[in-house]
Design a protein around this ligand. Structure first.
Ligand code: Q46
Ligand code: ZN
Ligand code: ZN
Length: 319
């Protein structure tokens, strides 16, 4: 297979675009595609300060790399979840995020949940009924809260995440199977700022996971290969598998599934006349972040409960 641009040996064939490229041209193509998405959805401009949520995985580090190459002002935020045990998942992902930032002279903000709340995610989850034994519900709540807090307090214009097309198509698949209209109405590459909630964007929403992985490898980015140990058995992974099976039969299916949804939404063909009322938000009386709860936000309530249970149980606090 030859590169469509120069005739050299291709390193990747993107069947959905009928496009094969060599390493050099692929490394040019990814930033061009990303810039196209940034402009099409007016995600941000050269004057904006961007906070990139970094997990140590290929997508977020590749995104940070691309934004830097495109000349944007992007700092990173790493959230230490305390998911270690045998896997050392958090320790390793933090090491790789810090290494990436250091080698490029970029600013990385690190927030450690165990340090700020007294327990890491698995330990905290064991003390709350949230999520029925899985820590993902507490983890999602905690990450959303910290990302918003750091973005607002740091005066960032926008929060960027490394979600790729496979992530977005799997979420869309799940939301469609459940006809989760509220989630479908909010799903998209840009979530506008609202009552103290930072603006969120996904500049990689059109890129396949294999493309972001190939980009990270070709750029020599060292990233954590392992998934979080709690990701095993997640429905999103099952949906990704189904979509990949269909994609193998029909190249481009994932892309058209997601882009057709966005197009229908933009043309007003979905949700016409069914605008769901947005819950009114006000400041949490403890942390001042926006909440629809009458007094304290879900984050403050849940972590308050965990701390109370830690104080009365035999579970030792994190060091
Ligand atoms: S939610 Fe669950 Fe992920 Fe948190 S506990 Fe791991 S798998 S990291 S995206
Ligand atoms: Zn080429
Ligand atoms: Zn709060």
């Amino acid at each position: 297979m030859k590169c469509r641009k120069c005739g050299e040996k291709a390193v990747i064939n993107m069947r959905q675009h009928k496009l094969a490229l060599c390493g050099d041209h692929f490394l040019e193509w990814i930033p061009q595609q990303t810039q196209r998405s940034i402009e099409k959805y007016r995600m941000f401009g050269p004057q904006d300060r961007i906070l990139v949520a970094v997990s140590g995985g290929k997508d977020s580090l590749a995104l940070w790399d691309v934004l830097q190459r495109l000349g944007y002002q992007a700092d990173g935020l790493y959230i230490g979840l305390g998911i270690d045990g045998g896997s050392r998942y958090s320790a390793e992902s933090q090491r790789l995020s810090e290494k990436f930032a250091q080698e490029r002279g970029l600013k990385l903000i690190v927030v450690d949940v165990a340090q700020s709340e007294g327990a890491g995610i698995p330990q905290g989850a064991a003390l709350t009924r949230r999520g029925q034994g899985k820590p993902c519900s507490l983890c999602g709540l905690t990450k959303r809260h910290i990302m918003n807090r750091v973005a607002r307090q740091g005066g960032y214009d926008v929060l960027a995440t490394g979600h790729n097309l496979d992530d977005e198509a799997a979420v869309l698949f799940g939301n469609t199977l459940n006809w989760a209209v509220g989630y479908l109405a909010r799903q998209g590459p840009v979530l506008e700022e609202r009552h103290g909630l930072a603006r969120k964007v996904k500049p990689f929403h059109r890129l396949y996971e294999r493309e972001t992985a190939a980009y990270a490898l070709l750029r020599g980015i060292e990233y954590i290969y392992d998934e979080c140990p709690f990701a095993e058995g997640a429905t999103s992974i099952t949906y990704k598998d189904y979509l990949n099976q269909m994609e193998a039969q029909r190249p481009g299916l994932k892309l058209s599934f997601y882009l057709s949804f966005l197009r229908a939404k933009e043309e007003g063909l979905l949700f016409a006349g069914s605008q769901q009322p947005q819950p009114s938000l006000h400041a949490c009386e403890s942390c001042c972040q926006p909440t629809s709860a009458p007094d304290r936000c879900a984050y403050c309530r849940t972590w308050g409960q965990i701390r109370e249970r830690m104080a009365t149980s035999a579970v030792p606090p994190a060091e």
